[in-house]
Write a protein of this length. Sequence first.
Length: 125
Amino acid sequence: MPKVRSILLALLWSLVADPGESLAQEEKATPESAVQQFEMTMNVFPTGKFSPDPLTVKKGVPVRLLMKALQREHLNQVSIRPFVTNVTLEPPGKATVIEFVPTTTGTFKIRNLGHDFEGTLIVRE
């Protein structure tokens, strides 16, 4: 009887485990090769600028920005409207991950909300 029970448990486990595995595979994020990833810095002093500037990306392809603030005397917030609003950056030396999908082509402003300086995001087909 213990063998029958273990066979039944193994059979039930395989029935339960398979749907979960296929569901997990379907829910996976976009493959790394399909993500546009950029490292960007924000330099508040002395001139207030983002680098690289401008930043050019492709429409409809997910973007991952690894943004680092080089200085911080208070909270630094960034927006890239209409795609991203009010992201607070990590302290200097740590990257803040900003992810979005550009849905329209054009030129958009990357803004530092506390110091009121801008960079440029260009979205192309």
